[in-house]
Design a protein around this ligand. Structure first.
Ligand code: NDP
Length: 281
């Protein structure tokens, strides 16, 4: 058996084309959506992410504002910038690239962003709304996974769904999205006993651990849909997922590749949230 490869690049092209049309219409009506991206420090990987976001914005006609602050930037300076961006009517979405340097509180920074502009969906107001079932924004990576899942025609309703990883940005919100669609959801993490027994139950398996090739063929139920969020840089410079793609693809019904799976969809969902934010403001 060979799995359906869930191509996030191709799906992104389609969704970004739709967003481009929406943005053109909004511009005609006098509003161009704007996204501000703030990076503190000069981590090379973060710089690449920030530049990719800029390129993606340009593709669909969203105005992009970039702020590169020095590693030594004081917390107050960053918080002041966020206040400025909160009050700037040409900025509809604000994203602060994580991780931040140790001397800056991520919590404080996230909570200082106007929830209406929190296109990452990290603010407690927005995560709360997600939990209670009335979200304004969906968190980008889990939302991207749900879009890829739609391609398979497999609906979570009544299915065993296992999410490996419980971070606030991927694992936990992913579990909520699957639950919203009536999946029977298990969240596994580093303290889970007999992980293989748990993952093997999954009709839909989502993996966000951060360890290359962590999920092997013997941990996957034949016929499962496998969504691999992991992005791990190997010694040879290549990017690898958390799933042993080469072997798992032979037993899965559908699987996301890395790169070219969840990654591009995360940015696409960010663009979608920015357009939504602009419409709402
Ligand atoms: P975190 O490091 O915040 O979380 C990792 C999770 O994996 C934790 O919940 C941890 O458990 C769990 N874990 C670690 N070791 C094991 C183990 N041996 N068995 C079971 N669970 C384990 O990572 P993120 O959620 O932020 O990211 C995960 C991966 O996804 C990374 O590779 C990251 O680069 C990638 N990523 C990709 C994105 C994309 O757009 N494609 C976006 C965001 C992230 P515990 O809580 O118990 O410590």
């Amino acid at each position: 058996m060979s799995a359906m490869i869930l191509n996030g690049k191709d799906l992104s092209v389609i969704i970004r084309e739709q967003l481009k049309n929406e943005v053109e219409q909004m511009v005609k009506e006098g509003v161009r959506p704007g996204l501000a991206v703030v990076l503190v420090g000069d981590d090379p990987a973060s710089k690449i992410y920030v530049n990719n976001k800029k390129k993606a914005c340009e593709q669909v006609g969203i105005q992009s504002f970039q702020y590169f602050l020095e590693e030594s930037t004081k917390e107050e300076v960053l918080l002041d910038l966020i206040v400025e961006l909160n009050n700037d009517s040409s900025v509809h979405g604000i994203l602060v690239q994580l991780p931040l340097p140790d001397h800056i509180s991520e919590k404080k920074v996230i909570e200082s962003i106007d929830p209406k502009k929190d296109v990452d969906c990290f603010h407690p107001m927005n995560t709360g709304k997600l939990f209670t079932g009335s979200p304004v924004f969906l968190p980008c990576t889990p939302a991207g996974c749900m879009e890829l899942l739609k391609l398979t025609g497999v609906k979570p309703e009544g299915k065993e769904c296992v999410v490996v990883g419980r971070s606030n940005i991927v694992g936990k919100p992913m579990a909520v999205l699957l639950l919203r669609e009536n999946g029977t959801v298990t969240v596994a993490h580093s303290r889970t006993k007999n992980l293989k027994e748990v993952t093997k139950r999954a009709d839909i398996l989502v993996v966000a651990v951060g360890k290359a090739h962590f999920i092997t063929e013997d941990m996957v139920k034949p016929g499962a849909v496998v969504l691999d969020v992991g992005m791990n840089r190997l010694d040879n410079g290549k990017l690898a997922g958390d799933v042993d793609f080469e072997n798992v693809q032979h037993i899965a019904t559908a699987i996301t590749p890395v790169p070219g799976g969840v990654g591009p969809m995360t940015i696409t969902m960010l663009l979608k949230n920015t357009v939504t934010a602009a419409k709402n403001q």
